[in-house]
Design a protein around this ligand. Structure first.
Ligand SMILES: Nc1ncnc2c1ncn2[C@@H]1O[C@H](COP(=O)(O)OP(=O)(O)O)[C@@H](O)[C@H]1O
Ligand SMILES: O=C(CO)[C@@H](O)[C@H](O)COP(=O)(O)O
Length: 502
């Protein structure tokens, strides 16, 4: 009899479920898209029921269309979009749409947290209380929707809610819990001090677990709903970036991950819990017990390209549009794009900054704009890499994952802008692969992630920097780096105008 694990990658644009066998082969994959609800400029929400329907449809298709037998699915685990607030009442019913990681309505709450706890907050959580994180979202609901807050008994993150619906158990794994900024990272427990400071009952925080811990089995009710079998064991899972790092084989400090999903991430494995980036980079518990990672996040990476396509290139397919960037030279004929279209998180934690095209010329063509968007996203990643350079962190290989890693041109642009070797995976399902690996390790198929990675992770093509292009990009990055400061005040004035006229 064959044996499979399912990796559920609960992304922002879609859920992707991969079935993998013991040899690390992906035997089948299904995905299901769901919408973002953006009712106002700074708002970004999703309906948790859409995650449940999407995940279940993908699983049903694996069973019916790909003929994966439920009896052969030994384990399931998760990779989840981080930080999103799901509030449940005393009967574990969802109280309002989830407020997502890229929702930036919480600047007031961020400032209140900073004013009250200052550097103490970073000491406890290893992070700043940025708009996207969960605690400021809780405070926003408390202040703006007191009727909902008064009914809230538990909070969860997105994939924890899906796990709850599959098993009936409420829980959160450490890698996602760091992203709530309510965790005392050194002591591995919810911070009573932060809860007290903001009058949050600590009973709202769910039980904590390791990513590889068992959360029980598929419940009777979910088995009927999905067609899965109740013998299938469900494991904690991880934040998407932790799972992505596992799935990309980032298991030692000399490798860095570059992920172009809806957001963009530059991530480094960290062994030392005392490393201090002063909150400029995020610092999170890893899916691997007793290890950590740091990362910088570009809020609108793939999202920038999606926005551009939706707004200016609807008639082209995604592949055609991306390929057209090859008709524009390095530097997009002197056109620069900054991807701050929903504000930014790293290196500038600024919810008010907005994006720009600079240097627009009457001779520019649409393909120059496409290339400028793709380059601007990677310049933003380069800003994050520069923080590692400033902290004397050495690494020689960048592993690229996410939807953006499907484009060979974009992979070469990464190699040229980073001036480092960039390696792709033979299968770009980094987070989904990581989720499946968590289930495989949880089931005891492998003694640890290292052993599992030897079977599951396969590196594909390497992209080496072209020295001439790297030199041009180094020059352009100097110019790009000035745009933030020079557009900051203009962005603030335009935002004030928008708010006044909303
Ligand atoms: N063929 C392609 N070439 C380059 N980028 C792509 C391609 N298809 C999709 N993308 C980019 O990948 C992003 C989605 O990546 P994915 O890792 O699936 O995101 P998420 O996990 O956030 O849902 C999109 O925002 C899009 O910009
Ligand atoms: O906010 C973060 C990390 O801190 C994002 O990385 C989210 O976790 C969403 O990821 P994608 O949907 O872009 O993969």
């Amino acid at each position: 009899m064959s044996e499979y694990v399912l990796g559920v990658d609960l992304g922002t644009s879609a859920v992707k479920v991969s079935a993998m066998d013991r040899s690390g082969e992906i035997v089948a994959q299904q995905s299901f898209d769901y919408p973002l609800i953006q009712s106002r400029p700074e708002y970004s929400e999703q309906n948790p029921e859409d995650w449940i329907s999407g995940t279940t449809v993908a699983i049903v298709r694996l069973i019916l269309d790909d003929h994966i037998k439920p009896a052969e699915i030994s384990g399931i685990s998760f990779s989840g979009q981080m930080h999103g607030l799901v509030l449940l009442d005393e009967n574990n019913q969802v109280l309002r749409p989830a407020i997502l990681w890229n929702d930036t309505r919480t600047t007031k709450q961020r400032k209140e947290i900073e004013a009250k706890l200052g550097n103490k907050f970073i000491d406890i959580t290893k992070n700043r209380p940025l708009e996207g994180f969960t605690l400021p979202k809780m405070l926003w609901v408390k202040e703006n929707e007191p009727n909902i807050w008064s009914k809230a008994k538990t909070f969860l993150l997105p994939k924890d809610y899906v796990r709850y619906r599959m098993t009936g158990q409420l829980a959160m794994d450490y890698s996602d819990a760091t992203g709530t900024v309510l965790l005392d990272v050194k002591n591995g427990q919810w911070s009573q001090e932060i809860c007290n400071a903001f009058d949050i009952p600590i009973s709202m925080c769910p039980p904590l677990m390791q990513s590889v811990d068992s959360a029980g089995h598929i419940s009777d009710s979910y088995a009927i709903f999905s067609g899965l079998d109740t013998h299938t064991e469900v494991f904690g899972g991880a934040a998407d970036n932790a799972a992505g790092a596992v799935g990309a084989g980032i298991l030692s400090p000399n490798m860095v991950l570059s992920s172009i999903g809806t957001s963009g991430v530059v991530l480094k494995y960290e062994e030392d819990p005392n490393v201090d980036y002063h909150g400029v980079l995020q610092f999170e518990d890893h899916a691997i017990p007793a290890s950590y990672y740091s990362m910088g996040v570009t809020l609108a990476a793939g999202y920038s390209l999606n926005w551009f396509k939706r707004t200016f290139a609807q008639e082209q397919s995604f592949d055609e549009m991306v390929a057209s960037a090859g008709d524009s030279p390095v530097g997009a004929n002197g056109l620069l794009y900054t991807p701050y279209i929903v504000g930014e998180r790293a290196p500038y934690a600024d919810a008010d900054i907005r994006g720009s095209f600079t240097g627009v010329d009457g001779t520019h063509k649409k393909h120059d704009f496409v290339r400028a968007v793709m380059e601007g996203i990677i310049f933003s990643f380069r800003d994050i890499m520069d923080i590692y350079d400033q902290n004397h962190k050495e690494f020689d290989t960048v592993v690229a994952i996410g939807g953006g890693a499907k484009s060979p041109l974009w992979l070469q642009i990464q190699a040229d802008i980073f001036n480092k070797k960039v390696v792709s995976l033979t299968n770009e399902q980094g987070p989904g692969m990581g989720a499946a690996m968590i289930a495989a390790v949880g089931l005891g198929w492998f003694k640890d992630f290292q052993e599992c990675a030897e079977k599951f992770v396969h590196f594909g093509k390497s992209y080496v920097p072209n020295p001439e292009n790297a030199e041009k990009y180094a020059q352009l990055h100097q110019i790009y780096s000035q745009v933030y400061e020079q557009t900051k005040s203009i962005s603030q004035q335009l935002l004030a105008y928008r708010r006044a006229n909303d």
